[in-house]
Design a protein. Structure first.
Length: 299
């Protein structure tokens, strides 16, 4: 069973790690000091966290974004800044491509002795809940990030400082906070078990999620599992499952012509009345209104 906490080791001679992928987050290349790449195992397809901060840019693919207790859709152009030890997971069934940089520059790191980076240090200190970058900031940073592969270590460092400068100056409207709270998961002995539970739920949410299966998978008692799942995922199991089902239903409402009832059942909702109540509570409108409003909204 894979552990929830990932250990990140930058290549020798580098202060941070740059990785890229062209097919999926299992087949990841680490960029070496001379600009060449070396294949490593990727952890982005698992619920995990690491002490390093991370900036990830997707150039292709789509799926579900999990950041702390946030669950949402992502697609090409996605750019997310993650704080230290913030659990995350990218579920892209059809594959994806992109670039990511990962660094650990604590408050005592010598890089912060440059007074020009004071604003960057302040902003990064607020990223414990994760940001989704938007607008021209996302376009600029994404372009710089994609240019970090194939160049030598010194040039990558220069571009990292450039990224720091851009995000430090970005307007507040260009960043969307993702998780409703921060997480401190650096030492939990239940990390691997909850990671396995999350993978099971994500893989089976369209069908019945049996608590007995989750308890067997994790080896926990019901009270312990309930407590640890909420601590790690930020939601109860039922809230987590309903959020996944609701997101899948929204996608089908926009991408298919199936009836609301067919979509609800296909996404795992056994009772149409419950689906309609949950949808209205979360989206502020009925499923039919959501489909009509979104379809008529200007691009």
């Amino acid at each position: 069973m894979k552990g929830l906490r990932e250990t990140i080791d930058p290549p020798a001679g580098q202060a941070f790690r740059t990785i890229c992928w062209t097919r999926n987050l299992r087949e990841v290349d680490s960029i070496q000091p001379d600009g060449t790449s070396e294949r490593i195992g990727g952890e982005g397809v698992h619920w995990h966290h690491h002490v390093e901060m991370e900036l990830t840019h997707f150039t292709a693919g789509k799926g579900t974004r999990f950041v702390g207790d946030h669950i949402g859709e992502f697609g090409a152009g996605e750019l997310v800044l993650l704080g230290s030890n913030l659990p995350h997971y990218w579920h892209a069934p059809g594959g994806s491509a992109g670039t990511s940089i990962q660094w650990h520059f604590p408050a005592t790191h010598p890089v912060w002795e440059f007074s020009e980076l004071a604003a960057t240090k302040d902003l990064l200190g607020k990223a414990e809940r994760g940001f989704r970058l938007k607008g021209t900031t996302a376009t600029r940073v994404g372009g710089i990030l994609e240019g970090m592969t194939g160049v030598k270590a010194g040039e990558r460092l220069s571009r990292l400082i450039g990224i720091f400068s851009v995000i430090a100056d970005m307007p507040e409207r260009h960043r969307e906070i993702l998780s409703s709270r921060s997480f401190g998961l650096s030492g939990s002995r239940h990390q691997a078990a909850i990671a396995a539970a999350v993978r099971h739920v994500v893989g089976h949410f369209r069908g019945e999620i049996r608590m007995e299966d989750l308890l067997k998978l994790t080896g926990m008692s019901r009270p312990t599992f309930a407590r640890q799942f909420k601590e790690h995922a930020g939601r109860t199991v039922s809230e987590f499952v309903n959020k996944l089902r609701l997101q899948a239903a929204c996608a089908e409402l926009l991408e298919t012509e199936r009836s609301v009832t067919e979509i609800a059942l296909n996404c795992g909702f056994g009772e149409i009345s419950f689906f309609n109540r949950l949808f209205r509570r979360e989206k502020g409108c009925s499923p039919r209104e959501f489909r009509k409003r979104t379809a008529s909204a200007p691009a």
